[in-house]
Write a protein that binds this ligand. Structure first.
Ligand SMILES: Cc1ncc(COP(=O)(O)O)c(C=O)c1O
Length: 374
């Protein structure tokens, strides 16, 4: 959709990347590090000072029990974006014939990684329009081959959050059936209206069987740096690192120094991120109030779903093409986030597209003005 947006000069609210700049401190930090010559390989698991900073962040955000201390050096691995962490975690866990449960609409990186490992995904639809998980369906889907469950909260593309009851339901099934969890939490610091992110890291028993994955690209508006990390118990981390070592060996060293320095010197950036994105969501939602789109709730991430059923009968792919080429605003269709069988049911019922609001207010207002004319 970004290619099409460029080709047709459309306002690009499709692909999920920030329009605004990386924080000034982070930019000067990486330049300084490069000038100082810190340009060689670093330890495969990650720069020790970055591991420590991530450990402190996790401890501060999610570990309420002061007696529970995360051993940062042995449980955290820095990766080349969350994408690498997802791929490595899945290769660590999945063997030929294994099944992995994913929830549709699902981010596109999960299934190819499962298939590459010789496994197959069992897709379970989240319930529209609130996109909640029906845990009784998960229970029915679990069988002898089930190896892992992939969760993603805050959720791309729907902007929904998993709550405490979801995490407890997940924990109960994981412990009972000895499954593993891959928890994609890349939007962890973007939750709205006072709702806190429920991280797997806050659930000690669940964490014992989990890989928790995040991304600095999202948190620090630098998606092109491709820096992420995976937190997992020591035994799982040992296995994870055996694969990470031969995928990238280590991630971009200057970015690791710079992010460690950013986390140390500007801890408030993380705390302020939810407020920053909530304001952007509110600008876009208010500007669309008079449109014929039905705006679905966004509780986290930088995505907003719009139901266009009052405007068009086109399917979502055709609608996004029309919107981009003829109207001048690019959005993302939801259907590529669904498995074919689920899509058949979904398509008859829903007409929904995704907008990304990680854009300057002027861009959001201009796009909304156009959309209000439909
Ligand atoms: C849900 C989800 N997981 C993972 C990623 C990949 O993150 P990274 O760019 O750090 O590889 C993205 C990026 O859009 C995402 O939306």
């Amino acid at each position: 959709m970004s290619l099409m947006a460029n080709q047709f000069q459309a306002i690009n609210l499709s692909q999920g990347f920030p329009e605004f700049d990386t924080p000034a401190f982070l930019k000067s930090a990486i330049k300084q590090v490069i000038d100082e010559g810190k340009n060689q390989y670093c330890p495969s698991a990650g720069l020790p000072e970055l591991l420590q900073q991530i450990g402190d962040l996790v401890q501060r955000c999610y570990i309420k029990d002061a007696a529970r201390k995360l051993d940062a050096l042995n449980t955290i691995t820095v990766t080349s974006g969350a994408t690498e962490a997802l791929m490595v975690a899945i290769q660590t866990l999945v063997r030929p014939g294994d099944e992995v449960i994913v929830f549709d609409p699902a981010y596109d990186a999960y299934e190819p990684a499962v298939e590459l490992a010789g496994g197959r995904c069992r897709h379970i639809a989240m319930n529209a329009p609130d996109y909640a998980i029906d845990w009784s369906l998960v229970k029915q889907a679990i069988n002898d081959k089930t190896r892992a469950i992939v969760i993603n909260s805050p959720h791309n593309p729907t902007g929904t959050l998993l709550g405490q009851s979801d995490l407890l339901a997940l924990q109960q099934m994981v412990l009972e059936h000895e499954l593993y969890v891959i928890s994609d939490e890349v939007y962890e610091h973007m939750t709205f209206d006072g709702q806190a992110h429920e991280s797997v890291l806050a659930y000690p028993e669940l964490f014992q069987r989990s890989f928790v994955i995040s991304s600095f690209g999202k948190t620090f508006h630098c998606t092109g740096w491709k820096l992420g990390y995976c937190v997992a118990p020591e035994a799982l981390t040992t296995e994870f690192r055996k694969i990470h070592q031969y995928v990238t060996f280590c991630s971009f060293t200057p970015a690791q120094f710079a992010v460690a320095s950013m986390l140390k010197n500007h801890p408030q950036h993380v705390d302020e991120l939810s407020g920053f994105y909530q304001q952007k969501r509110d600008v876009l939602v208010a500007a669309l109030a008079d449109s014929r789109f039905k705006v679905l709730p966004s509780k986290g991430t930088y995505f907003l779903l719009l139901d266009y059923s009052a405007i068009s009968d086109l399917d979502d792919v055709a609608f996004c093409h029309w919107l981009t080429q003829d109207i001048g605003v690019a959005a993302i269709p939801l259907s590529p986030f669904y498995q074919a069988e689920i899509l058949e049911v979904y398509h008859q019922k829903h007409k929904v597209v995704r907008l990304c609001f990680a854009k300057n207010d002027a861009t959001l207002l201009k796009a909304a003005e156009i959309l209000c004319q439909l």
